[in-house]
Design a protein around this ligand. Sequence first.
Ligand SMILES: [Zn+2]
Length: 732
Amino acid sequence: MSVAALHQAAARAIAPRKPMRVSDWADKNRVLSQKGSQHVGKWNSRRNPAQIEIMDCFSTRSTVRDVVAILPIQFGKSEIETNILGYRMCEDPGPIMVTFPGEVSMNKWIDQKLNPLIESTPAVARVLTSTASRESSNRRHFKDFDGGQLYIEHAGNPVRLKSTSVRDTICDEFSSFANLLRGGDDPEALLDGRNSGFPNTYKRIKVGTPEVAGLCRLTQLWEKSDKRLYHFACPDCSHEQHFEWSGLHWPPDATRCWYVCRECGVVIEEHQKTHLIADGRWIPTGDPDARIRGYQANCLYYPLGLGPRWLDLVHMWRDAQSDPGKLKTFVNDRLAEAWEDPAMRAVKHNVIADRVEPYRLRLAPAGVLVATAGVDTQDNRLAVVILGWGRGMVCWVLDYVELDGDPAEPEVWAKLTDLLNRPIEHEWGGLLQVDAVAIDAGGHRTEDVKHFVRQRRVRRPMCIFGAVPNNAPVLTKAKLQDVNYRGKLDKNGVHIHHVGTVGIKHRLYSWLSADADREPAARQVHLSEELDHAFLGGLVSETYNPSKNRFEKKRGAPRNEPLDCWVYGYAAAHHQDLRLHRFSKANWDAREARLREGTRNLVGDSRGTLPDAANDEAADSRGTHVEKAPRRLTVRAALDLVLTAVDRAPIQPVATGLIEEMRVAVGGTSDERQLLEVVLDQVADSPGPVAALLDRSLLDNIRNVLGVGATPLRAAVQQRRSRRGMRSGGIR
Ligand SMILES: [Zn+2]
């Protein structure tokens, strides 16, 4: 006998007892009481064989550290948890924590699972009774036992979740944990952090039924796991496979049902499943080397006598077909799959990124007749989207810019004024002004937004808040909020609107979803190829959660400002003086005539000759897109692009391709052409940041030449207001 073997033999001889598996421990010790279980008496792991391997990940000898188990309701999830808990307390003691999404589910578990476990399983009672200070330490949410402590916590109390250091974590209904806890912590990071004191010995399991796709924590963990599915061998061809809902068949009257082997097509009756499952095994279907063990099973695996039979499930399924709420419940609770709203399927970043169209930001394509803007207010920036609207509320995203600066300071508002007052060139040759802008006043900068709106430095500014009710209209009627020195409402003060964000998001997503099958020319929402990942991903960063009846940010999605901005820009189109959604053909015709009129004026005036596109589009009045050669940049548009480049990314150099285009820009007055030459001189040979190359006075000159100073507009607004005042006695 070698020395090593001698050591091994000696170690075995002095070992207190042979480590057993969780399932063996449960078979030996666990007694089910009437209080919490359907079946009374000794636990038998063979009754639901799929549970065995999941539990045994917590055996002392197992090297598995992280487990995710996605299981249908009535599958004995809490029995798995209770067996693991009892085993760890008796066989491998250490600090252990059991967590729940809320206080209610926690208390239910204590009454229905933990207390019966202690009362009717003597092995567990023994490790508890041997503690000296039984009276004080056996509180409801904390148990002291031989060699360890048991903490029972819920996510509604982040302070307690944070404070405990444990070796084992058992996490129940993990998908129901809040997205963010009070205090801003991510519950998953918080829970995993509890194990940091036990880097090599920790074990944790997260169990539950899934939720909405994109929001569900369990599904996200599952994606990172080795994805074990429970396989059985076909009684006829021996092909190993897992039970899938799509493999279940029934006649139209659904009086019976049967399963069909995926390989040979043989019929498998439900009564056969007991044997098939008993002889089955978990097989990884994902990366076999994944750090996380993943287990997923659906309702077809219910052992006979524990849970509904196949035919009952077929009836539930048929019953749910006409009701999205019921269907979601069936998919989550019975199939143990994440629910995906059919309308959301096409609203994904990769799907809409394939749908961008070759038009330039800040150059309105044919069909755009009105522009509005939406502004999202953050503590360190303003995010701005400019939307173009055409007949039938067809939408083009014309620009998206994030303006750096704290809205509590005037600088960023000056940038916004400049951006919104700078007209956008139209493919037909005219200029398009932003006609209304909705600015989010929620958050920390409410007074600054009101101040900006009061100043009326841009056309139709609106101070808006997200409405609380889910069924709120797109835009509520204006409510006066400012009070004058006599305590009366000041009629010239700020009007507050509420925006029905939930309804608008449904609208946007149903449009994007319907666009999936349409040719570019027939789409409702047009996206420029110049929009980047942050915008496109941000636009579809949320998904609808039918059980909460609201939109929630998808896990891991980019920032959602582009979506919020779009929502506000859409609301701005409903401004009481615009009401684009009520536009008649005559209204649109008038807008188009005005745009084309502008074109003719421009062609005729001192600004110089405009490119051909101004004329050859005349026949194209229905907004349909005609393939044609790319349009040459005008001098005016080039200068506009320079100003936007400074706002958009001050530290980026101007792209070489853009400089080449600017060199051959057409049209423009002599002032405009001169300025562009100066710009080109400064940026052409220097790769440095655009903001550093172009000094303030040059930029101001460009602003003046483009005629975007705030003064003339403000004067026009004043004039209009006094006219209106005379006509209506000041009452709007
Ligand atoms: Zn077969």
